[in-house]
Design a protein around this ligand. Sequence first.
Ligand code: HEM
Length: 130
Amino acid sequence: MDTQLIIKIIHMSAASLAIIAVVLRATTLFVGTQGNLPNPKGRVVLVALQHLAMALIALTGVIALVLKDFDVQPWFYAKVILFLVLISSLAKAYKKDEAVLMVQRRAGLFIAIVSLISIVALVIIKPNFG
Ligand code: HEM
């Protein structure tokens, strides 16, 4: 198996792991919340899972990019921007700060999920802009 394929498999597995982590962690904003803070149960495991998945996606994404000699389609840039939106909205949703209201956290989660669905749609459809 060539390196490019191995990296792609790890990248796609990390993406699946990220989807699982985001969905599991989302439940902490709906079940067992403590005031404006998410449910603390399983927090460490969920944070670790999410960080591992996102770090692996970024690392394997950059390696894949180098292996492809940066020869990408225009939709790839949309994907990277959506990935940044995903990370920042998740950071907003789970910020360890009582001042962030639950409704704001859920709005952050909503944006994160829309970004994630859009990324998946982009990699499936591979739209041809222009
Ligand atoms: C949640 C975020 C992401 C998801 C779900 C995702 C998913 C995928 C999938 C399914 C593929 C395979 C597409 C195909 O060939 O049919 C792919 C390829 C690729 N991704 Fe991502 N990706 C994500 C984030 C990123 C990021 C942040 C980068 C760059 C830093 C990146 C760089 C790449 C590259 C360069 C390829 C092409 C690999 C190749 O053709 O050998 N991805 N991605």
